[in-house]
Design a protein around this ligand. Sequence first.
Ligand SMILES: [Zn+2]
Ligand SMILES: [Zn+2]
Length: 272
Amino acid sequence: MTLLVYHHEFFGNNWPVVGDRYAEFRKILGEVEKKVKLDVAEPVEESLLEKIHSRNFLEVQRKEWYYQAAKLSVGGSIKAAVKVWKNEINNALTLNVAAGHHAGKESAWGGTYLNIIGPLYLKLRDLGLRRMFYLDTDAHHGDGDREILSDFSEVVHVCFCSSNNYGAGKLCVNSNYLRDEEAYISRLRETLEKFRGFKPDIVIHFLGHDTHAWEYGSLGLSTEFFGTIASEVKDFAEEVCEGRYVIIHGGGADPKITSKVLQVVVDSLAES
Ligand SMILES: [Zn+2]
Ligand SMILES: [Zn+2]
């Protein structure tokens, strides 16, 4: 069973960078529900945020109009990851606004104002998780995530962005020149292959579709290709951690493209 976590707060607002990107997807939630279980996000606890972000940073963010939505985004991803970790569901996709990979300990930018993966990891670690494999295939470098995850040696962070950086357990793969899908998927496959021996307990994936041909970080990728990426990572999760796999929606703004991409991703996750 696949879970989709969302919140009605995510709909109908002009969010930083991504705008009202779920405007089309919300119309077909009834259809999507035939394939997946829907669940409603709950806000992340402040105490968890305080373990990741500085006090000053949080004080500033609390005054922002998007703060509650960002908390729901973090909390929704945590909810999904906990359910996957407890084997209540097989895999999950979480909608997200105003939170994500550009939020560091005390600074944030690019439409993401609370970090997701840091609080999520701490929550799962409390529940007994040891090793986490975290993949980022958004177009941009996950600078906030990298800063936060560098404190955690049992987390592998693989970031597809515009530079190569082969640090142990924290690495970047330059995907900017991979302007065809075959090259992209084979680079992804060979990168995953390297971490088979890491034996993660769960695979978390920050999947931005800003790499789509018509999006703001275009690598010329087609709508269907996001289903291919999700299938590839899902297969990897099935081999290494009994299929425990959570996709957090990253960048991408166009409502029509967003809706189509999420549908193909849902199909890949729900396919048995
Ligand atoms: Zn991006
Ligand atoms: Zn990177």
